[in-house]
Design a protein around this ligand. Structure first.
Ligand code: MIC
Ligand code: SF4
Length: 637
């Protein structure tokens, strides 16, 4: 039977279940990556599993998020992570080296392999023809221990690319167009697989910009075939031998197909405050901007910074704009500099930062009150920038640089001629600081600073659950709402008691107090609950506050998996209208919860102050056991 790229990789890695859409499967994971903000917890969990060394082909521990060292906490975490990498046989990429996804693409990714990363933008690796999936830290810890990764066998959404991108329109616009058409939940349950004659028009860095930003569609992951362009990229990275060809068979079946004729696209932009709030740039052109940021894991490759540098050559950015560059990696910065392209950025007035996530996760770079910030980042959820009521727009590097020059949102097609440039045939590797795994048997001490608290213990599910509705939320709640990040909170990622004080902080300052008073609690939500990041802290910290049940219209994939991992019951409304029947503050009971879980019940009764209605639990047999045990670690033990 003719197969898609997705099916080929899944088939090669299947260890449990069968490849039937909608059923749970277990796959072997070849490579893992962690970043520091999710990594500290992932390694505490890995330690709790009790394996002497990672059991993957390759695992990398990156430090890229927590780079603002305003006290000891981040630096302590960095040292902890380095000692963990040394002890357990991982590569270690220290702060300043760059963002996990960009470096992984450059130095480690391989076509046809599986990659599991504790970050939702792990699908960046799909640009190389990998099946690269974002997950919670505990799932990554399990994969490092050699256990399979479990997921619902996804459907495949074929994205047929035709035509060729016009000048001033780039890969980012392809995904903005998909977000415009499909929305932030359009990809839920799917792998987005790219095919068609337009694929060969895109370089690996273009493709990676697409698969990275594809996380915002809610998709399980996104993948491109591995072809001659992939080979060329790997050769330019000195890794030609890592190449293998991988394409879909003639006649392969896609569950859905959407066609994008790239030659008809024009510059697009996502308006505040959701990545799918997309319009044509010319519809919002002329709005004054105070800040323009180029970088993040999404559009920070050498291609993007070269384009910006060439456009700025001999020019100055507008005096009212803070124009900032966050390079994706040391490699990008090194090559840019070797070619002489850093100079025009400096002369144009750019503020060049170290390679890392920085303002993308609110670690600095917060915009001024009531002003527009234009970013090439993947996310503009409300308040994520660190400024309350922010106005963050997402766009391509082309739109960013044009707007920085003019001081207002600008369609780059209004600039002079498109600059002529080409990517190097051989990149300088820029990986001299990446520490390879230490040989087995060396005695290494784990360095634990005072910020690292031990992992909390959780009890199993009670016979009958009683609690209070602590909060009722709307559709599209992000994990940034549930467990905010930013310069104040992110440094607490390795300390659950401390970070739990900030749960739902951005939407309800009294939530934590109420949760503590209530004993046991439930949170009610709408569609696509928990979209966005993979941070398991959005499950772990509420669980620490005794939130035991979530009842929503639908869940985002990674968040649902994280809830199960930490023993929070992920219920959905059997009839979505019942959402209106339940109010914040109500006392609620789920009778015979334990019995229902044990017997495989899919529908439970919820008692709300005398009224009863049905709620549904769509989980696998394995999930039921995990929930009964109170979480994955309890279950694994
Ligand atoms: C993000 O972009 O939201 C993050 C910060 O990279 C998260 C991970 C985290 O919260 O640590 C993600 O995308 O998973
Ligand atoms: Fe870092 Fe932003 Fe990418 Fe998340 S989306 S990995 S915070 S650069």
């Amino acid at each position: 039977m003719a197969k898609t790229v997705t099916e080929k990789i899944l088939e090669n890695h299947l260890v449990e279940g069968r490849l039937k859409k909608g059923e749970e499967i277990g796959i072997r994971i070849d490579q893992t990556l962690t970043q520091d903000a999710t990594g500290t917890m992932a390694y505490l969990e890995f330690e709790a599993i009790g394996i002497p060394r990672v059991r993957t082909e390759l695992s990398v521990c990156y430090v890229d998020h927590n780079l603002v060292q305003s006290d000891f906490k981040n630096a302590d975490d960095h040292r902890f992570l380095q000692s963990i990498a040394r002890k357990y046989g991982l590569y270690f990429s220290p702060p300043g080296n760059g963002i996990s996804h960009q470096i992984h693409l450059e130095r480690f990714g391989k076509p046809g392999r599986t990659l599991l990363g504790s970050d939702s933008h792990t699908p960046t690796g799909g640009g190389l023809g990998m099946l690269a999936i974002g997950a919670g830290g505990l799932d990554v810890a399990m994969a490092m221990a050699g256990r399979p990764f479990f997921l619902v066998m996804p459907k495949v959404y074929g994205v047929k690319l035709t035509g060729r991108l016009p000048e001033w329109v780039s890969a980012r616009d392809v995904l903005l167009e998909l977000l415009r058409q499909l929305s932030v939940k359009g990809g839920v349950g799917y792998v987005m697989e790219y095919f068609g004659p337009g694929v060969k028009e895109l370089s690996v860095t273009d493709r990676a910009a697409i698969t990275n930003f594809g996380a915002e569609l809610g998709a399980t992951t996104s993948v491109f075939p591995s072809d001659e362009n992939t080979k060329k990229f790997l050769e330019s990275q000195g890794r030609g031998s890592d190449w293998e060809e991988l394409t879909a068979d003639q006649g392969a079946h896609y569950d859905e197909v959407i066609e994008i004729d790239m030659s008809t696209l024009e510059p697009l932009i996502a308006c505040p405050s959701s990545p799918d709030n997309v319009v044509k740039v010319r519809e919002v052109a002329g709005r004054p901007v105070s800040q323009v940021l180029v970088g993040s894991c999404s559009n920070s490759s050498l291609r993007d910074l070269m384009l910006v540098s060439k456009v700025l050559d001999g020019k100055q950015v507008h005096n009212d704009v803070s124009f900032e560059i966050n390079p994706g990696s040391r490699q990008v910065l090194e090559n840019l500099t070797a070619q002489g392209d850093t100079l025009s950025l400096i002369r144009a007035g750019a503020r060049i930062h170290q390679a890392g996530c920085l303002g993308c996760i609110g670690m600095g770079q917060a915009p001024a009150t009531d002003t527009i910030s234009l970013r090439t980042f993947p996310r503009n959820f409300p308040g994520r920038s660190g400024t309350k009521d922010d106005h963050v727009y997402l766009c391509s590097p082309e739109v960013a640089v044009a707007s920085a020059l003019n001081g207002c949102i600008t369609d780059p097609r209004d600039l002079d001629a498109y600059p002529d440039f080409s990517l190097p045939l051989k990149y300088l590797p820029g990986d001299q600081r990446i520490e390879p795994p230490k040989p087995e048997g060396e005695s290494i001490n784990i360095i634990r600073g005072p910020n690292i608290a031990s992992f909390p213990e959780f009890d199993p599910v009670p016979e009958t659950w009683e609690g209070t509705v602590l909060l009722k939320t709307a559709d599209n709640i992000t994990t940034d709402h549930i467990m905010p990040a930013g310069a104040q909170i992110l440094p607490l990622r390795s300390n659950i008691p401390a970070i739990s004080e900030f749960v739902f902080n951005s939407i309800d300052l009294e939530f934590v107090q109420r949760a503590k008073m209530a004993g046991s609690g439930m949170v009610v939500g709408g569609e696509n609950y928990g979209q966005g990041s993979s941070r398991e802290h959005a499950a772990l910290a509420p669980r620490y506050l005794e939130v035991r049940v979530k009842l929503v219209k639908s869940f985002a994939r990674i968040h649902k998996a994280n809830l199960i991992n930490f023993g929070i019951l992920p219920f959905t409304f059997t009839s979505p209208e019942d959402y209106d029947m339940i109010e914040q503050g109500a006392k609620v009971v789920i009778p015979d919860l334990r019995k229902g879980l044990e017997s495989g019940a899919e529908v439970f009764v919820l008692n709300v102050a005398g009224n009863k209605f049905n709620i549904s639990l769509d989980v696998s047999e394995r999930h039921r056991e995990i929930l009964l045990a109170g979480g994955l670690l309890n279950w694994a033990r």
